[in-house]
Design a protein around this ligand. Structure first.
Ligand code: FMN
Length: 247
């Protein structure tokens, strides 16, 4: 539907809607219905992440040398400390101002969001679900319950490493945060930002003796629906993380 036609239909719907309100609204003579006590919605579970480590034992050169995409994982949980370190390496705050993060971002606008898709018992101390990372608080908020790895794999050509990974980090972009300043070019910058953040995480994985694979092949709409992502958060890539399977 062209936008002009879409707008016309919208006006009719709005007019009908307003009419309904006007006709159905309680007149001055009518007795007002007793107000039901409103119960505030329960706050989603929130977990403060452990403080990330700032000094490690594996050199940057060793991490670069070791980095490989590994697609086979042992069925073993990650610790919350490990997940904390991974999220911090990709998008954690590293400056006095929350705009300054572990990975660079054009104009420090940070169009990316990070979601951790966790299976039952696959990250110690975290219920299964989809968890949203909040860099300023270094915390996670659960936005969806349950183990969503199977459904996510179906949205990604059935790639098995998504089901066997202890955690799948899904990186999304809200382009408007960048295009507001840089117009169309902002979209290109957001994609570059994702590359920098992902590489940080891939290198951090090496220092933790874990394994990671990048996944870019998936159906965007199916991922959005599976994870109930906000419309503006466009999925860009996944990072499947687990313990490497001993051969
Ligand atoms: C943007 C991008 C998308 C990718 N998508 C997938 C994917 O959907 N599935 C997969 O198994 N590997 C994927 N990969 C991993 C590459 O296949 C891998 O990096 C390449 O084979 C080189 O191997 P290496 O990373 O071990 O050096 C992707 C890599 C990048 C950078």
């Amino acid at each position: 539907m062209r936008w002009t036609r879409f707008a016309a239909v919208g006006c009719v719907v709005l007019a009908v809607g307003l009419g309904t309100v006007a006709v159905g609204g309680a007149g001055p003579q009518e007795e007002a219905a007793p107000q039901e006590e409103s119960v505030p919605p329960a706050a989603p579970p929130r977990v403060e992440l452990p403080e990330p480590v700032r000094k490690g034992t594996v050199s940057l050169e060793e991490a670069i040398q070791k980095r490989r995409c590994v697609r086979q994982y042992a069925e073993r949980a990650l610790t919350l400390v490990q997940l904390s370190q991974l999220l911090w390496s990709a998008n954690g705050v590293t400056g006095d101002n929350p705009r300054f993060r572990a990975a660079p971002s054009a104009g420090a606008l940070h169009p990316l969001d990070f979601y951790a898709v966790v299976g039952q018992g696959m990250v110690e101390g975290l219920e299964a679900g989809v968890w949203h990372y909040e860099p300023a608080d270094h915390a996670l908020t659960r936005v969806l319950e349950g183990d969503n790895r199977q459904a996510l794999a179906r949205a990604a050509l059935g790639q098995r490493q998504i089901v066997t990974a202890s955690v799948v980090i899904v990186v999304t972009a809200e382009y408007a945060r960048s295009t507001g300043k840089y117009s169309e070019r902002g979209q290109r910058y957001a994609l570059m930002d994702a590359g920098f953040a992902a590489e940080n995480l891939c290198l951090q994985v090496q220092t933790l003796n874990l394994a990671v694979c990048i996944v870019g092949a998936f159906r965007d709409a199916a991922v959005t629906e599976t994870l109930r992502l906000p419309k503006a958060h466009e999925p860009l890539l996944f990072l499947t993380v687990g313990h490497p399977r001993a051969n």
